[in-house]
Design a protein around this ligand. Sequence first.
Ligand code: G6P
Length: 375
Amino acid sequence: MVSRKTLHLTWSVEEATKGGYSHFMLKEIFEQPQSLRYALNLQQFYVNVLAELLDRARTSYLVGSGTSYHSCLAGSYIFSNLAALPTVPCIASEFIQQYGRSINVDSAVLFVTQSGETADVLKCAEYARSRAATVLAITNVLGSTITRVARAYLLQQSGPEIGVAATKTYTAQLIVHLQLALALAKRRGKLSQSEMDNIKDGLKRMPEIIEYVLNKHKSTMEFLAERYMDKKHFFFLGRGINTATAYEGRLKLLEVSYTPATALAAGESKHGPIALIEKGFPVIFIAPRDSTRSLIIGNIMEMKARGAEIITLGEEGDDELRKLSDCFIPMPPMDEIFTPIAYIIPLQLFAYYMAVKKGLDPDKPRNLAKSVTVL
Ligand code: G6P
């Protein structure tokens, strides 16, 4: 007989009820200021352990499925931009085929998995371990399988997420990536003290910024869902770190409202997808005032010239962008590195209201499971 120790989770019953919200998805979207505060409370010791193991590896991979993969994609930009550490983001179900033969004792694989139980991820973790790679993880569930397989892991501490569509756990994963990247930057001497202090201050301000965005845009996004609910297809376009935001915004929309949508790094749209554009086709641009802005303005013009309906998320006061847009969603100013955390918020709300307006239950999308434990 196997005897196992009882593991007590700190999650309360209250956290697992709707608490006055009509759906868990909406509740969890609104919990983000708090879940981000929790995610900022990592134990520095473990952050440093992961940073050291990633830094020691010859090649590092970031692996996840669904929303967690999107956080890997953003994470890869974050590690490169802050710590000059190249990492390879990869979809879990493709990892072994794509990189299996390259994995060895000099590889580190950071698995990102909210549940810690996704079969595609666990299979890769076993595989990586069998090839003597260093297995690391970011997860939300203490005691989950990934925490037993990984050499070291970080708990994002988002509390239970009941809605099938991941919302608060995505933004928390981004906050964890940022802290890990800071520790890496420090180890590798890639940021000055004042740059590090600025990023730390910015991180601390994120919960407040998210609170502001939630309150400012709840009714805007409900209104936009009403306006666009009959559209048959959407494009989501971003550049740089916000390519991940485009992918995640699209995934939210299609999984809860069953609205077909295409997400692309905006520079790719001219290589084929632009063929779909005709008068009134809705294109959502993630366009903060950052290093990608001038190029994305070019992409907006390309779409506009073909009659697309232009919806943009951009910085408050960006009049050039506002004038080019049929609908402009103003966002508070922030450093580029934080934009994926804030800019996904209106898109989560948009997906939620699109589902509700169509009479669907966003908490239980058809054919989907919160955690997919089969290959
Ligand atoms: C399922 C869920 C997604 C989630 C993905 C990965 O497909 O429906 O919302 O992003 O699994 O889950 P994980 O627990 O590994 O982050």
